[in-house]
Design a protein around this ligand. Structure first.
Ligand code: THU
Length: 134
């Protein structure tokens, strides 16, 4: 999807709305993420922490859950914000989560402007590698 066809402002608003629902009593670092699907839906998620700290679910985990709960499909564009509403780069694990469901040419709003999935997770491991035989 061409960058101009993405309503980045709508994605930013959805990410901020999601962020306000975050459960982050331990880190006090709320996060919201939103994505535009290839078929035009907006899905979102917030981080959900746990008293067993390592079990924390990042906002992107909730997002990919909602993606599937609302019809599946692929992510064309992605936006993530911190508690101040500033653009946040997805953590390494979450880049992998997003990679799984990327549409061709998926774009991410980053602190350095719009980037492709391949730029933020180069040489990625993906489902296609599981099909390789030795
Ligand atoms: N966090 C996310 O939700 N997504 C990211 O991509 C980066 C980190 C959350 C996890 C934790 O609840 C808080 O930010 C601080 O690490």
């Amino acid at each position: 999807m061409p960058a101009n066809d993405v309503d980045w402002q709508a994605l930013e608003e959805a990410a901020k709305h999601a962020m306000r629902n975050a459960y982050a009593p331990y880190s006090k670092f709320p996060v919201g993420a939103a994505a535009l699907t290839e078929d035009g839906r907006i899905v979102s998620g917030c981080n959900v922490e746990n008293a067993s700290y390592g079990l924390t679910l990042c906002a992107e985990c909730a997002l990919v859950g909602q993606l599937h709960m609302t019809g599946g499909g692929r992510i064309a564009a992605f936006y993530c914000v911190d508690g101040q509403g500033n653009i946040l780069m997805p953590c390494g694990r979450c880049r992998q989560l997003l990679y799984e469901f990327r549409a061709p040419g998926m774009q991410l709003m980053t602190t350095q402007g719009i980037k492709s999935m391949d730029q933020v997770l180069p040489d990625a491991f993906g489902p296609e590698h599981l099909e390789e035989t030795t």
